[in-house]
Design a protein around this ligand. Structure first.
Ligand SMILES: C[S@@+](CC[C@H](N)C(=O)[O-])C[C@H]1O[C@@H](n2cnc3c(N)ncnc32)[C@H](O)[C@@H]1O
Length: 413
């Protein structure tokens, strides 16, 4: 019988393994891949193997599984509900499968699926749903279909209508949208966005994500709300609260992470005060993502042991400034400046004045992670002139420190 023919007859079931003995023979990378879901299902997992990978060993040390440091012996499946045999020795796998047959224990054979009595589906999770796909012994196919299904669920292409009908999403979600590239939002952020009734988006929130929203979603452009800076924040807060109290699920979509110079916590407080539940979904901050995509590691062994993220929205001598520029100037590591383009000259001068060498490398990246990204390499003493000459405009990140020169290595194009 071919593997395909056999697997077509499989019966897809969900096993309740809580507290039940599951024996895994072998402790290599195949076992390592299977263990987290078994542990997640609450199984009492026992790994039998003379050697295991460091990850399997750390699961044993953490008490998540028990590990018998020896070879498999007949009788090891005594009391088991389920078994997986994943050794590189076919004879051992065959012996385990044989014992499983005798004891009526369902057994997965990693090396020869058709010769076991169970197979592992490609599994994925979405919002509390478990999706499992079996493709007749074609694991790449089942994994690809699983991935496609999960993407479709996340993007709302396949509607999870029951979850919507259950109305499980009250209130406001503060979602960090990532630095600009629409693929750099988190999975959870994307999933909640697909469920939104109202989206309140910032200027720097990834715009492509808004284009994908269905027409009935109300999109409010926070950048277009008039009034001054402080007052417009009040207006945004009341929009969030009012829509949520009207029974809508509101996603507040921002660039990067909502709590990194994003005023997200003010919005959370406004919601909490009004009794509106808030979910916080962290985002990939431009402070770290933009340097990374531009080829600069913000820390590097032997080069930088610190990275400081600083707002440049007020100048170094401004009485409202909470930044100690002379202390920053004494650091040897990496400084990442946000909102600093307009006052770059004053910041560079303050750092040099405080002792940072004038030839410290600087990289300025505008529109990071986006198609329009462009960057200028310079040094502290010349950067102010360079950004003007190159016509660099906000939003831009300024990275200061020797890591910028590390980023010049040939591996980074
Ligand atoms: C108000 S702050 C918000 C930061 C955001 N919450 C985050 O975590 O990325 C805006 C500043 O972030 C930086 N920024 C955000 N996205 C950027 C991007 N794609 N490229 C360069 N800088 C960016 C710029 O310095 C911009 O002035």
């Amino acid at each position: 019988m071919s593997a395909e023919a056999n697997t077509e007859q499989h019966y897809l079931a969900g096993l309740d393994l809580v507290g039940r003995r599951v024996v895994v023979v072998g402790g290599g990378t195949v076992a390592q891949r299977r263990l987290p879901r078994l542990v997640g299902a609450g199984a009492a997992v026992e790994v039998i193997s003379p050697e295991v990978t460091p990850s399997v060993q750390s699961m044993a040390e953490a008490g998540e599984i028990s590990w018998r440091e020896r070879r498999y012996a007949d009788g090891d499946l005594d009391g088991a509900w389920y078994a997986l045999t994943c050794t590189s020795d076919r004879e051992v796998n065959a012996a385990v499968a044989q014992e499983a047959r005798q004891r009526r224990v369902f057994c997965v054979r990693a090396d020869a699926g058709a010769q076991g009595s169970a197979v592992t589906p490609a599994v994925g999770e979405h919002d509390g749903l478990l999706v499992g796909v079996l493709a007749g012994g074609a694991p790449r196919r089942s994994a690809a279909v699983r991935d496609g299904l999960l993407d479709a669920l996340r993007e709302g292409i396949v509607a999870d209508q029951q979850a919507e009908a259950d109305g499980v999403l009250p209130g406001v979600a503060l979602v960090g949208g990532g630095p600009g590239d629409p693929e750099l939002i988190t999975v959870r952020g994307r999933r909640l966005l697909a469920r939104a009734d109202v989206v309140v988006a910032d200027r720097l929130a990834p715009r492509e994500l808004l284009d994908e929203l269905p027409p009935q979603v109300e999109v409010i452009d926070a950048a277009k709300i008039p009034y001054g800076r402080a007052a417009s924040q009040d207006v945004i807060n009341s929009v969030l609260v009012d829509r949520a109290l009207a029974g809508k699920f509101v996603v507040r979509l921002k660039g990067g992470d909502s709590y990194v110079f994003g005023r997200g916590y003010e919005e959370l407080l406004a919601c909490v005060e009004a009794g509106v539940p808030v979910t916080v979904v962290p985002g990939v901050s431009s402070a770290f993502a933009v340097p990374a995509v531009a080829g600069v590691p913000v820390t590097h062994r032997g080069v930088a042991h610190e990275v400081v993220v600083v707002s440049g929205h007020v100048g170094p001598d401004d009485e409202r400034s909470l930044v100690d520029w002379s202390a920053l100037a004494k650091l040897r590591g990496t400084i990442v400046l946000l909102m600093a383009l307009q006052r770059i000259k004053a910041f560079a001068e303050a750092l040099v004045r405080g002792g940072r060498p004038a030839d410290t490398p600087v990289l300025v990246v505008a529109d990071g992670t986006m198609r329009t990204e462009h960057a200028v390499r310079s040094t502290l003493d010349k950067v102010a002139v360079a950004v003007v000459e190159q016509g660099i405009r906000p939003p831009a990140i300024v990275i200061i420190g020797p890591v910028v020169a590390v980023g010049d290595a040939p591996a980074h194009g």
